[in-house]
Write a protein that binds this ligand. Sequence first.
Ligand code: NDP
Length: 325
Amino acid sequence: MKANAIRIHEHGGPEVMRWEEVEVPPAGPGEVTIRNHACGLNFIDTYQRSGLYPLTMPSGLGLEAAGMVEAVGPGVTEFKPGDRVAYCSAPNGAYATIRNYPAERLVKLPDTVDFETAAGMMLQGMTVEFLLRRTYPVKAGDFVLFHAAAGGVGTIAMQWLASLGAVTIGTAGSPEKCAIAKSLGATHVINYRSEDWVKRVKEITDGKGVHVVYDGVGKDTFLPSLDCLRMRGMMVTFGNASGPAPEIQPLILSQKGSLFLTRPTLFHYIASRSDLELSAGALFDVVNRGLVKIQIGHRYPLKDAAEAHRDLQARKTTGATILIP
Ligand code: NDP
């Protein structure tokens, strides 16, 4: 079957992304053929395109999409043509009109979740799930510093944290982005491009610091974030939007208050089928109960994915961005 996909033949800037015609073979054992209705744009797609996270060339791009099962391969019993599904794991190649994908990594969508919402929430929402529930389990009253609070992950986190009763300090790069974070439940917002945010965090926490920092920005925020933590607080560095976090000596964690440091990735928190179902189930639950409303800020035709990458990396987007095949 013929399809179209964004593919890369070398690592580099957005210009290496090509819109190509591809041949999709019949689904193999354990696979399903999916017609994607909406694809998710994630910051990790830019790392995989640039080579920060290397791929074997040539390669498809994109990890996340939602769509309809067209056909199932030998041995697939849990899915049938017509099922509404979503996914957000390897193998790469979600930026495609039609593709084959392993059934064991697929999730069935509840009737209440449409394709665009699903494409805007699976990867970022399950990330928030594992960060808030399984990395540092946030309790009511905890002080939480969350960077890039108006982004895809951030807009989900602001709402989920509010539902847990945390005191959330959200940082963002403009007054407009701070207003978005505030409207989604942040207790305090700080424009970290114009304010002394470490000082503000100390003031807000009466000099004690926060219980946990969730940092997807990396290079620019990692070291100052250690100064925002209270004794025995936890630093969760989970992304590189400004570049990878610098190397440190473990001793610094002692000097700054016997801190905990972790650098988790979603894929280790949804590696087993049971963890994938647990994470997706918790996400569907908060969305169905109206505790988290997915903020789709931008839509691009899939063939213009390069433009979407440019805008994401230029900090022009808020909330989730989706690509429409
Ligand atoms: P976002 O929508 O949050 O976009 C990234 C945001 O980071 C920007 O909008 C910008 O917001 C902020 N930022 C700060 N400095 C820079 C910079 N120098 N260049 C670009 N952006 C910058 O992206 P996602 O929601 O997709 O992802 C957020 C982070 O979470 C990423 O680092 C991503 O890799 C990470 N992530 C990690 C996962 C994991 O499993 N470990 C899973 C999913 C995401 P502002 O202008 O407000 O500063």
